[in-house]
Design a protein around this ligand. Sequence first.
Ligand code: SF4
Length: 229
Amino acid sequence: MITRPSNRCKTIHDKYQKLLCRIKDKRARKVVFLSHCILNENTRYPGGACRGGCIAEILSQCIEQDLGMVQMPCPEQIAWGGVTKQLLLMAYGAKGTVLYTLRHIIVPWMLLYTKLVYGRIASQVACRIQDYLDSAFSIIGVVGIDGSPTCGVKKTLDFKKSFEVLANIDIHTVTITDANKVVLECLINGKGLFIQALQRKLKQRKMDIRFLCHDLIAEMDGKSSTVIL
Ligand code: SF4
């Protein structure tokens, strides 16, 4: 748990602290930053939603421990064309199309564009984390999603290989098992692109935040989350 008292806007900060001392409301002043799909699996890729809405066992811990939940934006939703991730959808069954023929040019550009957008989102999230710390709140941690090319903390996906697996999908016969093959076959050790960007931004601001990971593969197997807040 990290708490950093304010050294910015000191007068306002002192005024806020005095107010909170007088007006003792119920806030516990502890927050956790959660990957978007922990609270809303509707943003997952087709096949990736293993729960109807959210990951209840992570939410119950937040409720039991009086933690405020800050839902980070879904970077793929923002960068790849909304909740249906239209840019990603273009890769499904792309084999034999112009997109596939030009993949050696398009995929690196797509990667570059994605990194640029993620850098901007990461700056906004780092700024929000800083705001809580400067206002003397405690940040319990950031919870990412292992197995995501974007939000993975220890496990991510090989981006180029993922494109190949998606391109080979037959969208007329595809099953949930085929759709999830992309995660199982392309899993590698490492951080997702958004988590890399966020950790860079936090480092630049000299903030040392704990990162935890929810395991997508275990979730696909029907297991409960092992995240301990
Ligand atoms: S893992 Fe990250 S990018 Fe993927 S759906 Fe969840 S929040 Fe969005």
